[in-house]
Design a binder for this molecule. Structure first.
Ligand code: NI
Length: 216
């Protein structure tokens, strides 16, 4: 029961925090990731409570939204204010820290079962039709162009360079989105990623065909 109250309170907190976001990291992203994470957690036998709590809070301190300033502080402060113990707070922080993509050449694989589940759920929301929509929304929010044939994609081998990138959004497909299918941590995630991956390839084919005025 205590866990349910914490989840309910956290839902209200995160919703109010991210409701007006327009960079693709809005409340509905959290809503989908939570749903997907619970589905994968069930199939993989992970701790449902930990997965749900971490899913709700996973973007609250994300570098893309906070500009890296706040670190993990909002999550910690929130859980602390709800009376959560230090052990629980540390566990949630550990799961969340393992979730984020940090560049094409940066290894973010994990053996932590709850982190694996959440990482897959978050990355599934970054690919497929929703992933495409979110990617352009994010690019727009950062002042990035749609496509520039003169700027080739870059494979970032460290997180700092990846964060600094200001390339057109189409490049992001090669620098991140198309790589995610092979980085899925769970069997359930791998199956779901495959279909979404194929859809992105079809999108790119159509995009270039239209760009070059070629038959589709
Ligand atoms: Ni996310």
């Amino acid at each position: 029961m205590e866990n349910e109250i914490l989840l309910a309170k956290t839902t209200i907190f995160v919703k109010s925090l991210l409701e007006s976001d327009s960079s693709g990291h809005d409340w509905w992203h959290i809503y989908r990731v939570r749903k997907m994470a619970l589905l994968i957690a069930k199939a993989e036998g992970a701790d449902m409570f930990m997965v749900e709590l971490a899913a709700l809070l996973h973007d609250v301190d994300d570098w893309k939204l906070t500009g890296d300033k706040a670190g993990n502080q909002q999550t910690e402060k929130w859980l602390h204010s709800c009376g959560a113990g230090q052990q629980l707070i540390e566990r949630v922080k550990t799961i969340i820290e393992g979730v984020s993509f940090k560049g094409a050449g940066v290894n973010t694989s994990t053996k932590d079962p709850e982190c694996s589940v959440l990482q897959d759920a978050d990355r599934l929301d970054a690919i497929g039709a929703i992933g495409i929509a979110r990617t352009f929304a994010y690019g727009g929010s950062r002042g990035r162009g749609i496509y520039n044939p003169g700027i080739p994609p870059e494979m970032h081998s460290d997180f700092e360079n990846y964060k600094k990138s200001n390339a057109p959004t189409i490049n992001h497909f090669y620098e991140k989105l198309l790589l995610l299918k092979d980085q899925m941590q769970t069997p359930t995630g791998r199956v779901m990623a495959e279909q979404r991956h194929q859809f992105m390839l079809r999108f790119l084919d159509q995009f270039y065909a239209e760009w070059n005025n070629e038959p589709i």
